[in-house]
Design a binder for this molecule. Structure first.
Ligand SMILES: [Zn+2]
Ligand SMILES: [Zn+2]
Length: 230
């Protein structure tokens, strides 16, 4: 079996159904610093071991590193004793976590309603949408703002396009979400999340700062309304 995205043949005996991909020179950014380094890597995923990644000087070395991690997961002490991994969130607030005993990474191992960040408006724990000028603040699904694409769609609808034209390439879910948004915002308001005309040719950073400010003002307004009429 070839390791996907490489020309290197896998040497370890990965079980059927394991997704194995790699690269000869991946760039890794070191969290919290400006440092980065280049490495060969192999990433592996299946239902039993979850997602894991090995690094090394060559793709084959990286595969061996991934294999060693997989063996640790397969012989997890917690799994042997309790029939499950012993999850800890390690700072993740989206429901993902790691096993204390074997380091297996797992998604959906914690309930968002427990590990999520309190919604800026109502306090319900969520990881639905980040917004505004303070990093790490969130809004829940019920208090969210238009996202990246919705303002463009709203502008197109205001410009006379039909919904079939605007949503031609999107599924039902996308339309449904837009409809939900329209229960709380007018089309003009949604389109108003696009930077105004006079900033059209401005620097990305200026447009970005405008957008974050705009989001913050809206979130503050929604919060005020929520407080006076919860
Ligand atoms: Zn474990
Ligand atoms: Zn909320």
């Amino acid at each position: 079996m070839l390791i996907a995205n490489t020309t290197v043949e896998a040497v370890c005996d990965w079980p059927d159904g394991t997704f194995v991909q790699g690269g000869a020179n991946g760039i890794v950014f070191v969290r919290g610093t400006a440092d980065s380094y280049e490495t060969a890597f192999v990433e592996v995923h299946n239902d039993v071991i979850g997602f894991l990644r090995g690094e090394g000087d060559t793709v084959t070395e990286a595969e061996h590193a991934a294999w060693a991690k997989a063996q640790t997961v397969l012989s997890c002490e917690s799994m042997v004793k309790n029939g499950d991994h012993e999850w800890e969130a390690r700072g993740y607030r989206n429901g993902a976590g790691f096993c204390k005993a074997c380091n297996r990474f797992g998604t959906h191992v914690f309930d968002i309603s427990e590990v999520g960040v309190p919604c800026y408006v109502c306090g319900t724990k969520t990881n639905w949408q980040t917004f505004g000028t303070t990093p790490g603040t969130y809004l829940c699904e019920g208090h969210c703002l238009p996202g990246m694409q919705e303002p463009y769609w709203a502008a197109a609808l205001l410009g006379g396009s039909t919904t079939d034209e605007v949503f031609a390439f999107y599924g039902f879910e996308t339309r449904a979400r837009f409809a939900t948004l329209m229960e709380r915002f007018t089309l003009e308001e949604i389109a108003g999340f696009l930077p105004p005309e006079h900033l059209k040719d401005a620097d990305f950073n200026i447009r970005w700062a405008w957008m974050k400010d705009h989001e913050q003002q809206w979130a503050d307004r929604i919060r005020d309304e929520h407080r006076s009429d919860p």
